[in-house]
Design a protein around this ligand. Sequence first.
Ligand code: ADP
Ligand code: TRP
Length: 321
Amino acid sequence: MRILSGIQPSGTLHIGNYFGAIKRIIESQNEGELFAFIASYHALTSVKDKEVLEKNIFDVAVNFLALGMDPEKSTFWAQHHVKEVLELYWLLSNHTSMGLLERAHSYKDKTSRGIQANHGLFSYPVLMAADILLFDSNIVPVGKDQIQHVEIARDIASSFNHSYKKELFVLPESKVDEVLATVPGTDGAKMSKSYGNTIDMFGTKKSIKKQVMKIVTDSKELDEVKEWENCNIYKLCELFMKDEELKELQVRYSTPGEGYGHFKLTLLEKINEYFAPYAEKRQHLIDNPNKVKEILDFGANKARKIASSKMEILRDSVGLL
Ligand code: ADP
Ligand code: TRP
């Protein structure tokens, strides 16, 4: 079974990205043959600065590798190193109706927020379909916001198969982790880099502390009993604590004497503890950028072999051999 997923290098990775996407991608290495890539072409829809894009691609690579991506066992590459995907994007474009793209929620949300639409943003789902279909992917683990894009990939694949009367593409399925709720940001809304409410995965101790201290709570005093049910600090603690620890925390909320500042420090400690084991490997990769480049080249070579033989078949099937 082939599992494929991509992550855009469009900004500093936060714990919402981690619990919503990265963690599951890395864990899926044990569930099938994993293809994971840095969606660098997709990031061009929002990042228009050379240095920033280069840095983001490097950061995503370093973070994935530090967190356990195994480049031998899985195939891990940067999207722009396997250019066959752009050729497939064009073949698929000719089997994608305007209506299908006009109905895409993500496109509609962005344009309704005033983002100036261009063709790249409009055709984003076609490139994503090319990513998925090029590798005959069966399963695509994604966040809820990406389910429709996987459905679009299925629609395009069926229409292509139908036109050429051949099962040229596998119909992919999305896999969403239902238990996984949306990670809240420091203001209680969905954590997102666009809302400035994030907590970074690998910031400095000081910068993470600053973000944690920003978490919005009610204004109960030290000597009052507090409610953990709807507290943003507690919701974030749920990501890092086992049941027993959560029970202890509930007791602290119900016992007057401590304030939200204390609970924030507990959360901060948990975040630092959680990511600490990966810090050394991460630093080693940061200090050895050539090693990171080598790993990405190795992955691109593996991915390109599959992509180029698939493109041979497709060119032949459409009359372009
Ligand atoms: P952002 O909202 O910060 O721009 P992206 O849209 O780049 O993040 O998301 C990258 C991945 O991380 C997606 O798969 C998305 O579903 C997941 N993700 C982002 N924010 C959250 C969140 N707050 N909770 C759960 N998953 C998230
Ligand atoms: N659109 C995805 C996101 O923003 C990233 C992505 C690009 C992707 N191509 C993909 C995810 C293919 C899964 C499969 O999160």
